[in-house]
Design a binder for this molecule. Structure first.
Ligand code: SDX
Length: 392
C-alpha cells in the first residue's frame, strides 16, 4: 500500500502467458521442445523437422515432413522490389539494421493479403517468414561484402540453400560441405525457440494488437539485437578475441566481478538458467567437432574453455549461479565456418524465426487472447495543480 492507491499484487498474472511449445527448468538446466530434450533434437533431428515440431506440436511422419519442406521451399524467393531495399543502406550498415528494415518491409508486400483471423492465411504467412529469412539474411551479408545476390537453389536443403546464397558466387560452382551444413543446422536447432525470452515476448506483445506477423517478427529482430540478448554472441567472440591469451583471463574475471565496472562476461549468465544452459553443452561439443573436421585451430576456443574453467571454479560465479549460455561458444563455430561477427545475431534471428512464428500462432489461436498490457507500479508524483511559468 502506498497511500495513494493499493496496487494489485495479482497484476503479475497478466505479465505471464500459457504455452505448450517450450519448457525450461532453469535450476536443472532442462530445455524441452514439445517435450523433446534439446540435446536429442540437436543430435538426431533437423532444423526443418524442429520447425515442424514447434509449429504443429508433433514430430512429422515422412510424408508430413516432405510436404512441409516442399511448402517452405516454395516461398524461398523474395519480391524483386524488396531486393531494391538493400541499395538504400550504406555498405557498412550492420546486417541487423538491414534485417530490421527489410523484414519490416515484408509487410508492404504481404500485409494486405494476410487476414490473421484466417488460419490458412496465417499458415501461409508463417511459411513465407520461415522460408524467406535465409534469403534475406544471405542478401544482408552479400550486400555488406559488395558481392552480387544469389537466388535460392531449391534443390538444396534449407540450410544448404542458405550456405550457398551466403558463400557462393556466380563465377564459380559452390559445393555445400556436409560438415558445415550439419553444424549450421544444429546451431539453428539450438537457437530455434526459448520460451518467453525478451524477443519472443516482443513478438507476442506486438501480435496481441493484431499487427501483421511480418511487422511483429521485425519487432522481435530489433529486440534480439541487444547485447544482453541475441547480440551477446557477437559480443562474446569479440570479448574472447580481446582477451587473446589465457594469461589475460584473470584480469577480465576480476573486472566482471567488480560492481563498479559495467563489464560483464558475455555469453555467461542467464535470466532463467541457474545451471548450465543445455544448449551451451551441445555448442561446445559441436565447436570441438567442427574445428577438428575443418582442421581449424582457433586460439579463441582455448581461451573460451580456460575462461569457462576458471569462472566455474570462482566463488563469485558459483554463488551467483552463472554458467555459459547459448552465446558463449556459438561464435567460435560461426567464425570457423567463415561468418563475420556482424552476422552472428542475424543467424540467431534466422533460427529464432521458427520459434517466434510458432509462438505468434499459438497466441493468435488462443480464443481468450487479449491485447497485451503489462502493468506498472506507479512511483511518481501524486496529483498536483499546474503552475504558470511566470510563477515557477
Ligand atoms: C540470451 O531469455 C532467454 O531465454 C534469452 C536467450 C534465448 O535463447 O532467447 O537464452 C538468449 O539472451 C542469452 C543471454 C545472452 N546475454 C549474455 O550473455 C550477456 C551477459 N549476461 C548478462 O548480461 C546477464 O547474465 C543476463 C542479462 C543474461 C542476465 O542478467 P540478470 O537477469 O541480471 O542475471 P542474474 O539476475 O542471474 O544476475 C545475478 C548477479 C547480478 O549481480 P548482483 O546484482 O547479484 O550483484 O550476477 C551478475 C548480475 O550483475 N551477473 C554477471 C553476469 N551475469 C549476471 N556478472 C558478470 N558477468 C555476467 N555475465
Amino acid at each position: 500500500n502506498t497511500g495513494a492507491f493499493t496496487y494489485d499484487p495479482g497484476f503479475t498474472s497478466t505479465a505471464s502467458c500459457e504455452s505448450k511449445i517450450t519448457y525450461i527448468d532453469g535450476d536443472q538446466g532442462v530445455l524441452l521442445h514439445r517435450g523433446y530434450p534439446i540435446d536429442q533434437l540437436a543430435e538426431k533431428s533437423s532444423f526443418m523437422e524442429v520447425a515442424y515440431l514447434l509449429m504443429r506440436g508433433e514430430l512429422p511422419n515422412p510424408n508430413e515432413y516432405d510436404e512441409f519442406v516442399r511448402t517452405i521451399t516454395r516461398h524461398t524467393m523474395i519480391h524483386e522490389q524488396l531486393a531494391m531495399f538493400y541499395r538504400g543502406f550504406r555498405r557498412d550498415a550492420h546486417p541487423m539494421a538491414i534485417m530490421c528494415g527489410v523484414v519490416g518491409a515484408l509487410s508492404a508486400f504481404y500485409h494486405d493479403s494476410t487476414d490473421i483471423n484466417d488460419p490458412v492465411q496465417r499458415r501461409i504467412a508463417s511459411h513465407r517468414l520461415i522460408a524467406k529469412m535465409p534469403t534475406i539474411a544471405a542478401m544482408a551479408y552479400k550486400y555488406s561484402v559488395g558481392q552480387p545476390f544469389l537466388y535460392p537453389d531449391n534443390s538444396l536443403s534449407y540450410t544448404g540453400n542458405f550456405l550457398r546464397m551466403t558463400f557462393g558466387v556466380p563465377a564459380e560452382p559452390y559445393e555445400v560441405d556436409p560438415v558445415i551444413e550439419k553444424a549450421m543446422d544444429k546451431i539453428f536447432i539450438l537457437h530455434a525457440d526459448h520460451e518467453q525470452n525478451a524477443s519472443t515476448s516482443t513478438v507476442r506483445l506486438a501480435g496481441s494488437s493484431g499487427a501483421n506477423p511480418f511487422a511483429c517478427i521485425a519487432a522481435g529482430i530489433a529486440c534480439l539485437w541487444g547485447p544482453a540478448h541475441g547480440g551477446a554472441n557477437e559480443a562474446a567472440l569479440e570479448m574472447l578475441r580481446e582477451i587473446g591469451t589465457p594469461d589475460k583471463i584473470p584480469e577480465y574475471i576480476k573486472r566482471a566481478k567488480d560492481k563498479d565496472d559495467p563489464f560483464r562476461l558475455m555469453g555467461f549468465g542467464h535470466r532463467v538458467y541457474k545451471n548450465y544452459d543445455p544448449r551451451a553443452k551441445v555448442m561446445q561439443k559441436t565447436a570441438n567437432e567442427v574445428l577438428a573436421k575443418l582442421g581449424v585451430t582457433d586460439p579463441v576456443f582455448d581461451v573460451a574453455r580456460e575462461l569457462e574453467h576458471l569462472a566455474l571454479n570462482d566463488e563469485y560465479f558459483i554463488e551467483k549461479k552463472l554458467y555459459p549460455n547459448v552465446d558463449f561458444y556459438s561464435g567460435v563455430i560461426l567464425s570457423a565456418i567463415g561468418f563475420p561477427t556482424s552476422m552472428f545475431t542475424v543467424l540467431f534471428a534466422l533460427a529464432r524465426t521458427v520459434g517466434w512464428v510458432a509462438q505468434w500462432n499459438e497466441m493468435i489461436e488462443d480464443p481468450a487472447q487479449k491485447i497485451g498490457r503489462p502493468r506498472q507500479l506507479y512511483t511518481g508524483a501524486t496529483a498536483r495543480d499546474y503552475v504558470e511559468i511566470t510563477n515557477r
